[in-house]
Design a protein around this ligand. Structure first.
Ligand code: FNR
Length: 185
């Protein structure tokens, strides 16, 4: 059976290096693993008053998560944390109270930045939130990609640096094997 991975990209901009990183990962995965980006650009800002009558975009997001076999989070670093758009999506998916859509799903966290730390601090914050949301996180390998050069990964997900490509292949292989073992368990 095909494995469906719901992908959260924590950036809305078209030329996002994280969107490109997500494409690269999808390209390097076997054909039976399908990566589907989750739409987060049109979500309302979470409001606890929603819990009585959830907005359609919030329901759509929850359905995308619940129908997925696994999750992949690809995050930029904004001011040493995760972008608000990503946190908002996590908050919406976690509610109404008692209906956390993320619970028990296997997930991975990766990211890219133009800074030398490669989004490491944002990823650390994200891991904290996801642990609380009961996402079963792959610990290693960690993926901190620094885009020193904007051509490192193009819009189609082609990786220009051989070392980076091999490193990402290593992540994908381990992530996919781990998701398969989690689904069999
Ligand atoms: C950044 N950037 C950034 N980079 C970093 O390494 N650490 C940081 O704390 C921040 N903070 C930050 C805040 C805000 C508001 C912006 C807009 C940017 C730079 C960031 O790495 C760069 O803009 C990336 O290109 C963002 O990722 P996407 O949108 O290309 O995926």
């Amino acid at each position: 059976d095909t494995i469906k991975v719901a992908v959260f990209i924590g950036s809305l901009r078209k030329a996002s290096i994280n969107r490109r990183l997500a494409r690269a990962v999808a390209q390097l995965a076997p054909d039976d693993v399908v990566f589907e980006p989750v739409r987060i650009d049109d979500l309302p800002l979470y409001d606890q008053d929603f819990d009585g009558d959830y907005p359609a975009q919030g329901k759509r997001l929850k359905q995308a998560v619940e129908s997925a076999d696994a999750l992949l989070f690809v995050t930029p670093e904004y001011n040493r944390s995760i972008p608000g758009v990503l946190k908002n999506a996590l908050d919406l998916g976690s509610r109404p109270w008692g209906t956390n859509s993320f619970a028990g799903k296997p997930g991975g966290v990766i990211g890219a930045s133009i800074g030398a730390t490669g989004s490491a601090l944002a990823q650390q914050h994200l891991r904290n939130v996801l642990a609380y949301l009961d996402v079963v996180l792959l610990a290693q390998p960690e993926v901190y990609v620094q885009f020193k050069d904007d051509t490192l990964i193009d819009a189609e997900g082609h990786v220009s640096n051989e070392g980076t490509q091999k490193f990402l292949q290593g992540f994908v292989d381990r992530y996919v094997a781990w998701v398969r073992s989690h689904l069999q368990a």
